[in-house]
Design a protein around this ligand. Structure first.
Ligand SMILES: *Cc1c(COP(=O)(O)O)cnc(C)c1O
Length: 376
């Protein structure tokens, strides 16, 4: 198969979905997919069997949820949140969303009548910033200093209560249940006085539910307790936990150069295809490799763009690398192809699904036209 390509293993994806479904069944919470982290819609026939809908961050994701998720689950809900909606999109968003989540009271008051006119059934919510910051990385901390995401206690306006059915928060990133517990405590202290007429609370994403060490039973207990205490529905909206460890990115070594060390140039790119490598920064695991110096042969793995910093990291191997060798980056299904760019005209990796019956299916092969049509 031509490299580079992302391969999603259907069986592993379903394993994640079953874990999430277990949480739904035991706790009574509804779990929806955050498209921002995982939007491989060819898997939606499977995903929609388990999850109750999608959370979208604007018109395009909401449209995708409406077109590709709802057709496999007619009861699926589309929740749309945006840090700020604009006049151009709000009507269309209202038309196709079951829940609309505003970031500020000002946005809510500005657009509430557009929504009442366009889709009076739509449920309205406000995103809260619980102002408890525990995310390990600033770039992924929605409650960091000067955060624009969500309404703080100080900026909350009780007049919104006339319009809303729920409140949202999203405060976590790759975290275990203890972090949720901490956020909930603060959120309840500040906002439970407003829960009386609410139908739901959305706990957001960032909960690493499908990771091996995640305390699923404790999460279930917390949700059950919360639902009983306030008589509300609870939503969770993970992205990463859906696509967690269910596939990889395969690339080939195109050349090996030497400049103070051995450098392998791959047919993929950290900048364009594994952006968290540089943004977080984050080091992907490479199959069969170890940290630099641990095994006999160390290489810098680098991308095939002209950006000097397009580097995945330094890795060591048992045997010397050869041109044509495959390099497999593990766990590359969430927050990768949803962020890809055609920077430098580099080819986008194909999207492949390994079906449960063992067949590998290329679901998308990108061409020159995909690069060209984004420019003019
Ligand atoms: C990104 C995001 C999510 C999903 O977060 P994960 O870390 O992928 O689970 C959920 N809700 C909102 C509002 C988000 O911005």
């Amino acid at each position: 198969m031509r490299t580079p390509y992302y391969l999603c293993e259907e069986e592993l994806l379903e394993k994640n979905l079953k874990t999430l479904d277990y949480v739904q069944k035991q706790s009574g919470a509804k779990i929806i997919l955050a498209l921002k982290g995982f939007a491989m819609w060819s898997t939606f026939p499977l995903v929609a069997k388990y999850l109750k809908g999608c959370t979208a961050s604007g018109l395009h994701e909401a449209t995708l949820a409406n077109e590709e998720f709802k057709k496999h689950n007619k009861d699926a809900e589309v929740h749309t949140y945006s840090p700020a909606f604009g006049d151009d999109d709000i009507k269309e968003v209202a038309k196709i969303s079951d829940h609309i989540v505003f970031n500020s009271p000002a946005q809510l008051f500005k657009y509430i009548y557009v929504i009442k006119d366009t889709n009076p059934q739509a449920s309205i919510s406000l995103r809260i910033n619980p102002e408890i910051s525990s995310s390990p990385k600033d770039i992924y901390n929605p409650c960091g200093i000067y955060s624009r995401l969500g309404t703080t206690f100080e900026n909350f306006d009780e007049k919104v209560l006339e319009y809303i059915d729920g409140l949202n928060f999203h405060a976590l990133c790759e975290q275990n249940v203890d972090a949720l517990e901490e956020v909930l405590e603060k959120f309840e202290t500040d906002f439970s006085q407003y829960f009386k007429n609410l139908k739901y609370i959305n706990f957001g994403g960032g909960q690493h539910i499908t990771k091996k060490d995640y305390d699923v039973e404790k999460l279930i207990k917390i949700i059950i307790k919360f639902r009983k205490k306030y008589d509300v529905d609870v939503y969770l909206e993970p992205g990463e936990a859906v696509g967690w460890e269910c596939g990889y990115l395969v690339s080939s070594v195109l050349d090996i150069v030497h400049n103070g060390m051995d450098i392998a140039i791959l047919d993929t790119s950290a900048e364009a295809h594994m952006p968290d490598t540089l943004a977080m920064p984050y080091r992907a695991e490479v199959r069969g490799a170890d940290e630099a110096g641990k095994k006999t042969h160390t290489y810098r793995l680098a991308g095939n763009t002209c950006l000097a910093g397009d580097i995945m990291g330094d890795y060591s191997f048992d045997k010397p690398l050869k041109i044509g060798d495959k390099i497999i980056f593990e766990d590359q299904i969430h927050y990768t192809f949803v962020k890809n760019t055609t920077f430098n005209g580099i080819k986008l990796p194909s999207l492949v699904i390994l079906r449960k019956n063992g067949r590998r299916e290329i679901i998308k092969f990108f061409k020159y036209e995909d690069y060209k049509q984004r420019l003019s």
